[in-house]
Design a protein around this ligand. Structure first.
Ligand code: ASP
Length: 439
């Protein structure tokens, strides 16, 4: 068995956290490949090392002094080294970083140093080999991650390597220039390494015990999700549930490698398993609830719309021409509604409305603002009758007006549109009926 273990920034924010991580790795011989993030926040007002690096480099870029800022970053690492009683010195590394900052090596290079240095410390602490991600993770000239080339290079490099540390978040172009993934990208590195070594499990260690059925800012102490499929996760993540970087799914998914989200501060918790498919039922009919505020709906009416071929295309053309993507398009006999993000739409609304008139000649166009979408997701809904009915009676019970209903053909997801101000009430009501009532 081979496990790849990725540790997030809060799991590596201090020497104390490093010790927990060391214990976790040593507790299981199969945890052979380690992907660290940069040190994160030690307390809520603290600053992540990655953010310190961005700030420090922007001074360098403007030609201003940055010695003090760089020294503060060095101090973060020194505190970890001292706490671990490691005699390793990073002085030379910091000299190189200073020189490269002065030569304007770029923001990507700057940000990547957080993971790079943490990787060096982690390798020394564990006695594992250190492999610089710049050597094994490759980006194409257009800036896109080159999955196949990376898989070849990395697979080869790790062949016969028993144990290694590969820093997260970055790779390089062919000429060696460093390029980072988007923020939170160490999750992606962990997934790429898992694919390359054909790991049995990708363990992603963070500071929560996996995914929760609902947002803890809305529901107090929500239940955890034991097992979730990639598709369910995609639906929930899209609607705002965030624990894992979205792009971290693809590399492991193509190899059928499960992801196990775990909590560094509570290693005894099983966490959440993310799998391709499972015959394990989720504990409740629904797997999770998520949602977002800030949508508006554009309602288009035209009598005899249903018999007019191409009407929908013309309406959507008006959105496309203005560079606006749509979320949902429920339709009736003579009406069609297009849900869009309010902040993207607001500046272009009049242009879109006139384009709809020009292209589709409707009877009327009416815009409704300040709407929220709530997604109720669950593989169990397919085999359970009455799920939609239960949702709507729960919402009616708390006086929430349902503005839109959309159930995808997969029967995995029911999306409900409500007013922004009803958002929290709606989520609570749905959680109560499916989870609290079953406890
Ligand atoms: N350190 C990077 C960030 O703060 C990447 C990561 O932690 O995954 O975004």
């Amino acid at each position: 068995m081979k496990k790849v273990v990725k540790f997030g920034g809060s799991s590596l924010a201090s020497a104390e956290q490093f010790k927990k991580v060391g214990e976790i790795i040593h507790a299981d011989q199969e945890r052979r490949y380690v992907v660290p993030s940069a040190p994160g926040k030690r307390f809520s007002q603290d600053t992540k090392v990655t953010d310190m690096l961005y700030a420090c480099y922007s001074l360098a870029e403007e030609g201003k002094g940055f010695k003090k800022e760089l020294a503060e970053i060095a101090a973060r690492y020194q505190e970890i080294l001292d706490g671990l009683s490691l005699s390793l010195s990073l002085t030379e590394e910091f000299k190189t970083i200073e020189k490269n900052f002065k030569e304007k090596a770029g923001e990507n290079y700057a940000a990547s140093r957080g993971e790079y240095l943490n990787g060096i410390i982690m390798a020394a602490y564990l006695g594992f080999e250190f492999i610089d991600a710049a050597e094994v993770i490759r980006f194409g000239e257009n800036g896109d991650f080159d999955a196949e080339l990376t898989n070849q290079i990395l697979g080869k490099r790790l062949e016969g390597v028993e144990r290694a540390v590969i820093p997260g978040f970055y790779g390089a172009y062919e000429d060696g220039r460093v390029k980072t993934f988007s923020r939170g990208g160490s999750d992606i590195t962990g997934s790429i390494v898992s694919r390359a070594v054909k790991a049995d499990v990708y363990e992603n260690w963070t500071d929560v015990s996996g995914f929760l059925v609902a947002d803890p800012r809305i529901i107090k102490d929500p239940e955890g999700i034991e097992t979730i499929t990639y598709r369910e996760l995609r639906e929930l993540a899209y609607m705002g549930a965030s624990v894992l970087h979205e792009d971290a799914i693809f590399p492991v998914r193509r190899e059928g490698i499960p992801i196990n989200i775990r909590n560094t501060n509570q290693p005894e918790d099983e966490g959440t398993w993310i799998v391709e498919s499972t015959c394990q039922k989720s504990k409740y009919v629904i797997t999770g609830i998520a949602g977002k505020k800030g949508f508006c709906s554009v309602n288009i009416e035209k009598s005899m719309m249903n018999s007019e071929i191409g009407f929908g295309r013309k309406v959507l053309q008006a959105f496309e021409d203005n560079g606006i993507s749509f979320e949902h398009v429920p339709s009736g006999i003579d009406t069609m509604t297009v849900f869009v993000h309010q902040d993207e739409f607001i500046d272009k609304e009049q242009k879109v409305v006139s384009a709809i008139h020009r292209l589709a000649d409707p009877d009327s166009v009416d815009i409704e603002a300040d709407l929220a979408l709530v997604a109720v997701v669950g593989r169990g809904m397919k085999s359970t009758r009455g799920t939609a009915g239960r949702i709507f009676s729960a919402l009616a019970h708390v006086n929430v007006n349902v503005k839109m209903i959309d159930q995808g053909s997969s029967e995995l997801n029911i999306i409900i549109g409500v007013a922004n101000e009803d958002f929290e009430t709606a989520i609570k009501a749905i959680y109560d009926i499916f989870v609290v009532a079953q406890l």
